[in-house]
Design a protein around this ligand. Sequence first.
Ligand code: BES
Ligand code: ZN
Ligand code: ZN
Length: 501
Amino acid sequence: MKILVRKQNARTSETEAFIAFCFENTDAFTGTVKELDEGCNGVLSRIKGAGDFKARMNETIVLYTKDSIAPKRIVLVGLGKKEEFTLDRYRGAFSAGARKIRDLAIKEFTASPILEDIDFSVSEMSEAAVEGVILGLYRFTPYKTKNDRIESLERLTLIADNKNIPSIKNAVHQAEIACEATCFVRDLVSTPANEMTPSTLAARALKHCASTGVKIKIIEKAAMKKMGMNALLGVARGSCEPPKLIVMTYNGGAKTANPIVLVGKGITFDSGGISLKPSEKMDEMKDDMAGGAVVIAVLCAAAKLKLPLNIIGLVPAAENLPGGCALKPGDVLRSLSGQTIEIKNTDAEGRLILADALEYAQRFTPAAVIDIATLTGACVVALGEYLAGMLGTDDQLKNELRHAASLTGEALWELPLWQEYEDLLKSDIADMKNVGTRMGGTITAALFLKKFAGAAPWAHLDIAGPAFISQDKPYIPKGASGIGARLLIRFLKNRIERQNE
Ligand code: BES
Ligand code: ZN
Ligand code: ZN
């Protein structure tokens, strides 16, 4: 969708539909809505006054202007109570308006991103507006051959007065890149596993990052063997699909600056292996590369935004199947770090591939390491479908991630890296087992990763719940959510601001 920014006022905007917003508990309109209301002889006030439109959150109503003003229609969207307003609600409201307009089969619409008397900056509001529209309108359609009426919106015009145009233009640019990253993740996660193998994941990374300034190296099976990445190789053994380690480098920072290393779990299908999962919902395990897709998307976005940072992206990719050569419970693997791991459950495969990737990360002498993974069902039990779990060794890093999450609306909740539980990973014959007890499974998984994470500040994001959601959210259609992409981009941007202070 094309997004234009123009100096214009609402009443004279030649458009099929103008989206306007209002709060539930304010009677007098302000700003754009007031202007439109006056232009239509107070019809908006009358509808609100009569209680036909209460302006509850995401409530929408379409009005026909009968040529009294230039826009043909007004789509009025409720914002709920003013004191409860957040940028995330604003994203949802823009999404609701845009979806309504799409349903009308109109091709273009106009809005003003700026609300009066609200404690957010023009940039924040504009970014949220664009995010709501693009993310809310997203659909995954490549496999639909018989859908004859897929409507799509082609153009959004954002209007403002002269002084705000530069910041809105910049906000649109920032939001478009963040949304492209999110939609890239959604596309990859939604793609069925027969077409999203470790090899195609690597190919998509190469294609997506082409001519962005991100360098990509794919470490193949033979090289993994030479290096001793036996944890990653072990997981891949049950499948005909060869594993790949995708190594991405973006050098936008000073030559001497240590890189931030992002590591993403890239299991393109998780059947559980010999410790086979039940078949109900096993199809959803195509989402087990969501963390990997986030890392690819974020590196590419960082390059497009020309962030002055050095960033490494690592995506260990494999398919976890119970083939004839598959890893068996009781097997012992010697990981890249030299530490040995007794396999108690082949379904705890994510931590194995991450173990080798985290060890590999040490070669870059990182300033910080963040891994993102659909790692444990226990995290979904603990935090539900919307919240991601966060565990890590460094309070500062965790605070930065928490702050970024609060801005992007991707909810994070910290769980403790409870050292006493480490004993649960003790093995009789190897340095550790790959599972602890069922209880506290997210914590023991993170404690396992910690053994490979090195000395640099490290945080682990468990996105098993929110990576693939079962119900629509205001601007996230059900299915692949793309969680993590906007969060990590925001985190990186904030790091730069901190650096410059
Ligand atoms: N990919 C799964 C975790 C998962 C579960 C992601 C539900 C998304 C939704 C992971 O590899 C896994 O199977 N973990 C096991 C670990 C257990 C065997 C210790 C789990 O959570 O059951
Ligand atoms: Zn598993
Ligand atoms: Zn898994």
